[in-house]
Ligand binder design. Structure first.
Ligand SMILES: [Zn+2]
Length: 328
């Protein structure tokens, strides 16, 4: 794989906006700006509706946050959608939210990540998995089902708008910085092609404990030697929840900075469109998809029950309530 500017590997981050509030989130981004790491930040358009479970600023509810998001755009960061808000939103509100996004930022989002238990999630919950994994997910998490963003008869339907605007959808989270070792991406998936376009996998790093644990000297050297592509999935909103900006985060940024001559840091959309232009798009086979699903479930189990670093454990360390840690 040949990367732009003679770099040996690509590194992107998609930031899920859960818990992201001013001024903490701006402190995290000040560091990312200092280290010249442009990310993809997702946003909510409307204020949080399920405040007993989630918190976070929105484009329409917090003027200082809107200004912060516009500043990020000017600095080359990418802004995507994390549903129009946290909680239940009707089709009318969702379509209005997309228009609001466009009128406030000047474009429609081309990336979206499903959020937790939002009923308008697109192919969410057990629908992400094939038999027999879907059955397993239903058995393990009985309420992680019933999402209907792609169901035309649902009051939460917005699949048509999703298909029109959202180019890249996140698929499975894996436990390896070099995602190209696991599949060709972006890829199409016929099972979801009615309302989705292209898919990409991500690296499971939902909180700072995993972020700092996975981004190591050894793993970065391996990523570079494999000419790989890394797309980290995380919640930067968590990174100030233990007080100041997570103290290990700066060390991890130092490490990333050390390899800046070898690594191309770019937002997710830029990396994906480069891969699309260079390698083309392929359809994923059912067998290969099943393999990715299995790897993603194994990753979840590993960080829940063995190496206890997932969001369930992270939130427990804060003494905070966390809804089953679906962390999306
Ligand atoms: Zn979320």
């Amino acid at each position: 794989m040949i990367w732009p500017y003679g770099k040996k590997a690509a590194f992107a981050i998609i930031d899920d906006t859960d818990d992201a509030e001013m001024p903490g989130i701006a402190d995290v981004y000040d560091l990312l700006i200092e280290y010249e790491i442009p990310t993809t930040k997702t946003v909510w358009v409307y204020p949080v509706r399920d405040a007993q479970l989630f918190r976070g600023n929105s484009l329409t509810g917090d003027p200082a946050y809107l200004e912060f998001i516009r500043t990020l755009l000017r600095k080359g960061y990418e802004i995507g959608l994390h549903n129009v808000g946290s909680g239940a939103f009707s089709r009318c509100e969702i379509l209005g939210g997309l228009e609001e996004f466009n009128s406030l930022l000047g474009f429609y989002p081309n990336l979206h990540v499903n959020h937790s238990y939002n009923p308008d999630n697109i192919y969410g919950g057990d629908k992400r998995f094939s038999f027999p994994f879907d059955l397993l997910v239903r058995l393990m998490h009985r309420d992680y089902t019933g999402f209907s963003g792609e169901v035309a008869s649902s009051q939460h339907f917005w699949g048509d708008a999703h298909k029109r605007h959202i180019k890249y959808s996140r698929s499975y989270e894996l436990d390896d910085l070099n995602l190209l070792r696991h599949c060709h991406f972006p890829y199409t998936d016929q099972k979801y092609s009615d309302y989705c376009n292209l898919f990409y996998p991500s690296v499971f790093c939902p909180n700072q404990d995993l972020f700092n644990d996975r981004i190591t000297d050894f793993n970065l050297q391996r990523l570079i030697s494999q000419n790989g592509c890394c797309i980290i999935y995380t919640h930067f909103g968590y990174f100030t929840e233990r007080g100041e900006v997570d103290k290990h985060f700066r060390n991890t940024l130092d490490l990333l900075g050390k390899y800046s001559s070898d690594i191309w840091f770019a937002p997710v959309g830029e990396v994906l469109s480069y891969l699309e232009r260079t390698n083309g798009v392929r359809d994923i086979s059912r067998g290969h998809k099943l393999l990715l699903e299995g790897k993603s479930l194994i990753t979840r189990v590993k960080y829940r029950y063995f190496k206890k670093l997932d969001d369930y454990h992270y939130k427990s360390s804060l003494g905070a309530r966390h809804r089953q840690s679906k962390d999306e």
